[in-house]
Ligand binder design. Structure first.
Ligand SMILES: Cc1cc2nc3c(=O)[nH]c(=O)nc-3n(C[C@H](O)[C@H](O)[C@H](O)COP(=O)(O)O)c2cc1C
Length: 183
């Protein structure tokens, strides 16, 4: 299984991707796809979980757009963000994969169905992008808890975004602090 899905950019460990599910609307949210002996995702009680439960299907997009991560963490991407809806592909995605998804406790266990690679992109590691992802993870928890420790962590990663990120990472960070109410 791992060998096959590596083709789509999904490697052993946790892969931060955008999960897309269909229900009363098209739901988008960053999720961490865990690739090991099997492929699974831990799902908290959110719409992704609800729609996976109803539809039995999870699509994922591999993408490097920081704005897509921030917006989809707090609301859903509108149709204008997509280059296609069947299969669902957010503009700029490098690949998409469709999984059959079965809830098992806190997890959904995933079975590869189909997928495609849309773009081959050469990209160096950018600490600004990585820091933006860390800040976004903390922000999704911060809005639930209001923890000062988390707010400090978000600001810490924000300084790395400012130092190492490009203009899109910086724009995404500014949006993130608004969503989190830290502006
Ligand atoms: C990088 C990243 C990874 C995330 N991974 C997960 C995850 O694996 N499972 C999960 O339930 N939430 C995860 N979250 C949080 C959800 O994206 C967030 O709670 C989102 O608002 C859920 O939206 P929904 O209700 O539309 O599904 C992650 C957030 C980020 C920024």
């Amino acid at each position: 299984m791992e060998i096959l899905i590596e083709k789509f950019g999904l490697y052993e460990g946790i892969n931060e991707v955008i999960g897309i599910t269909f229900g009363e609307w098209i739901n988008t949210a960053p999720v961490g796809l865990i690739v090991g002996d099997d492929v699974r995702v831990r799902l908290y009680s959110n719409h992704t979980r609800e729609f996976v439960d109803k539809s039995g299907t999870l699509y994922v997009n591999v993408i490097y757009d920081p704005l897509v991560f921030v917006i989809s963490a707090f609301e859903d991407l509108g149709k204008e963000w997509f280059e296609s809806l069947d299969p669902p592909v957010i503009k700029g995605s490098l690949s998409w994969v469709k999984f059959r998804a079965m809830l098992d406790g806190n997890f959904a266990v995933l079975e590869f169905l189909e997928g495609d690679v849309l773009r081959k992109e050469v990209r160096a590691v950018n600490r600004g992008f990585n820091a933006l992802i860390e800040a976004t993870v903390h922000a999704t928890r911060y809005v639930l808890t209001g923890s000062k420790t988390l707010a400090d962590k978000i600001r810490y990663y924000g300084r790395i975004v400012e130092r190492c990120g490009g203009s899109r990472e910086k724009e995404a960070y500014r949006l993130l602090v608004k969503y989190a109410g830290l502006d």
